[in-house]
Design a protein around this ligand. Structure first.
Ligand SMILES: *[C@@H]1O[C@H](CO)[C@@H](O)[C@H](O)[C@H]1NC(C)=O
Ligand SMILES: *[C@@H]1O[C@H](CO)[C@@H](O)[C@H](O)[C@H]1NC(C)=O
Ligand SMILES: *[C@@H]1O[C@H](CO)[C@@H](O)[C@H](O)[C@H]1NC(C)=O
Ligand SMILES: *[C@@H]1O[C@H](CO)[C@@H](O)[C@H](O)[C@H]1NC(C)=O
Length: 275
């Protein structure tokens, strides 16, 4: 705000004067971005703090998770970087790839998840901050498990199924798909604590089946465990529509074709047999 007012003032007065005064010196446009926006626990994330120095001199860039600083870059001190633990959680920084505009975190832990900010300080003294959200997810240890009441279902049957997913962070949201289409459920995903205070997820499906649920007689049921930012794990799909013992149309055609040919052969042979 003060910055743009000042800039406008300078434009208003003689530009030469502004240059002489070394003016227009104003840190601006501080932004923080997280790449990728959501990271799997143990993977790496890059926080990019961009800014426009505009004739000022960079003094430092500090990164915070909430109120706690975890990384600092000094423009003109040796060493240029300093890493801080957050409580008992060590922060792993790839120093070779961290500089005045970015910090590369490796083996990211949940302790870092949440609001992160970068604070840019310049000389003559001015300080600006920018924030972003770092999402750290932990996928369930194994895919969700699907239980279905019957092996096979027909039109008009009541489909009964349960799905559960091992603990994840944040806890996974479950949904059922029939032939890749998500089905509405009466209840939302339920979350249950394990002995280790982790949360696993469960969801039930109960629905009357109509023709929309069968595609050429096939009904494939699957359960999906969803985490933020597009992370998802799917159960094994279960085929509940076609019975293996049902006759397949091709066999009927080929056998009738065989019968027609046999009949033709009989007609041709008939005169010989009579003799
Ligand atoms: C920091 O490193 C990144 C990636 O190598 C590079 O794109 C960026 O320009 C560097 N920033 C500075 C201020 O050197
Ligand atoms: C993160 O920042 C937003 C906006 O500033 C704030 O509403 C929210 O409470 C913060 N969350 C945490 C965990 O500090
Ligand atoms: C599904 O879960 C409900 C409630 O936990 C239980 O009563 C039911 O027996 C389960 N059904 C199947 C098919 O596992
Ligand atoms: C569901 O989608 C997958 C991947 O796109 C595809 O391979 C599969 O054939 C689809 N299944 C049905 C029943 O449409």
């Amino acid at each position: 705000m003060a910055c743009s007012t000042m800039a406008a003032l300078w434009v208003y007065t003689v530009v030469l004067l502004a240059l002489e005064a070394g003016g227009g010196a104003c840190l601006r446009d501080v932004t923080l971005s997280v790449h990728p926006p959501a990271v799997e626990r143990g993977q790496q994330a890059r926080l990019v703090c961009n800014y426009d120095l505009e004739n000022t001199k960079l003094y430092s860039v500090k990164y915070y998770r909430g109120q706690r600083e975890f990384f600092r870059f000094f423009a003109s001190e040796k060493p240029q970087t300093k890493v801080f633990a957050i409580g008992k959680v060590p922060i792993n920084v790839d120093l070779s790839r961290s500089n005045a505009t970015q910090v590369v975190l490796t083996n990211v832990d949940h302790a870092l998840a949440g609001n992160v900010t970068c604070e840019v300080t310049v000389e003559p003294f001015r300080m600006l901050i920018a924030g972003a959200i770092l999402t750290v997810v932990e996928l369930p240890r194994s895919p969700p498990k699907l239980w279905v009441h019957q092996d096979r279902y027909e039109l008009g049957d009541q489909l009964l199924a349960n799905c559960s997913a091992p603990p994840a962070v944040p806890p996974a949201q479950l949904s059922f798909q029939i032939n890749n289409v998500t089905m509405p459920t009466a209840m939302d995903t339920a979350y249950h604590f394990t002995a280790d205070r982790e949360m696993w997820s469960a969801l039930s499906l109960s629905m009357r089946l109509d023709h929309r649920h069968f595609q050429n007689g096939r009904l494939t049921l699957q359960c999906t465990a969803k985490l933020p930012a597009g992370f998802a794990v799917k159960s094994e799909p279960q085929e509940l529509g076609v019975r293996p013992s049902e006759p397949v149309p091709e066999r009927v055609t080929s056998s009738s074709g065989w019968r027609a040919r046999a009949l033709l052969l009989l007609v041709i042979l008939a005169p010989c047999i009579r003799r």
